[in-house]
Design a protein around this ligand. Structure first.
Ligand code: FMN
Ligand code: SF4
Ligand code: SF4
Length: 277
């Protein structure tokens, strides 16, 4: 199928939508490039395009930090799917040789895409997937099959690649599709349905925690490498000897721990975990 991508205002999409529909495309993605906090302008574009064409339409959302869900819910009644996410910005990159902004935008600013965008994109895909019933299409930082799998595990029904294709050329699409197939085969999955949204069960709705919780250590998994001890800026980790084997393992000093989670993130053997799961 051919999907046309258009924008940005209600007037624009009312004019462009019917034109690309008559040209024979199978669907239309629209973006607004709106980065404010009010979902209404984005919903207005969705509604206008819905009333202007018959073919499926998809809303492409910007990251809308900190909460993209109200935007997804606002467009959901009008669209057949949601594409997440557009670039994040504005951002600034300075050439330290000249002291000048390096990015090509008119004011020296640019918009972030590619690998640095992926964690934001995957988070948005997961949160939208939990909140709406229409399919979500993931985009942001996909350069290989495993990146695409990450989006799919966050709930994506399909993925897009932009920066990777600019850098590598159109061959990236076939390569990534092949790598996704290889991933499924190597991990014993029969189809994408086996992995779609599989991460969502680990992201339950819960109130933001405001008290420090100290991570625990699975001593069977701990190799005693000491990485967490060196990383903890609060000196809340000590290496202690296990009584039976004299093997050294990490131990959290609960009174000093701020619950920042750094040690959980960097432990190479996943030996550290928060007791809440
Ligand atoms: C050079 C460039 C131009 C882009 N132009 C558009 C655009 O016109 N409309 C749009 O919705 N997104 C546009 N994007 C955003 C991409 O479609 C995509 O959402 C974003 O770059 C994240 O995906 P990626 O990491 O695979 O690039 C553009 C991105 C780049 C890098
Ligand atoms: S980083 Fe992990 S494996 Fe290494 S000492 Fe800490 S808990 Fe043990
Ligand atoms: S959660 Fe943060 S403060 Fe607590 S032990 Fe780990 S790194 Fe240190």
């Amino acid at each position: 199928p051919v999907i046309a991508s258009i924008g940005y205002t209600p007037e624009d999409v009312a004019k462009l939508g019917p034109l690309v529909e008559r040209a024979g495309v199978d669907g239309i993605e629209f973006s607004t490039h709106y980065v404010g906090f009010d979902p209404k302008p984005v919903a207005e574009v969705a509604k206008t395009l819905r009333e202007s064409v018959e073919i499926p339409i998809f809303a492409k959302l910007s990251p809308h930090l900190p909460d993209i869900v109200p935007f997804a819910k606002a467009v959901e009644p009008y669209v057949d799917g949601i594409v997440a996410i557009n670039t994040y910005g504005p951002t600034l990159h300075i050439d330290v040789e000249t002291g000048k902004p390096l990015l090509g935008g008119r004011y020296g600013y640019g918009w972030l895409s590619g690998p640095a965008l992926k964690p934001i994109a995957v988070r948005c895909v997961a949160e939208i997937s939990k909140a709406v019933r229409v399919p979500v299409i993931g985009v942001g930082g996909i350069l290989c099959g495993r990146d695409a799998v990450e989006h799919i595990m966050a709930g994506a029904y399909a993925v897009q690649i932009c920066t990777g294709a600019i850098l590598e050329g159109p061959g990236i699409y076939g390569r990534v599709a092949k790598e996704i197939e290889e991933f499924l085969r190597e991990h014993g999955y029969d189809s994408l349905e086996d992995i779609r949204g599989m991460a969502l069960k680990w992201l339950p709705e819960k109130p933001l925690r405001t008290v420090a919780l100290a991570p625990e250590v699975d001593v069977e998994r701990c190799t005693g490498c000491g990485i967490c001890e060196r990383a903890c800026v609060y000196h809340a980790i000590e290496m202690v000897e296990l009584a039976d084997s004299r093997r050294k393992v990490a131990k959290t000093v609960v009174e000093k721990c701020y619950g920042c989670g750094l040690c959980v993130s960097i432990c190479p053997t996943r030996a550290r975990y928060f007791p809440e799961g």
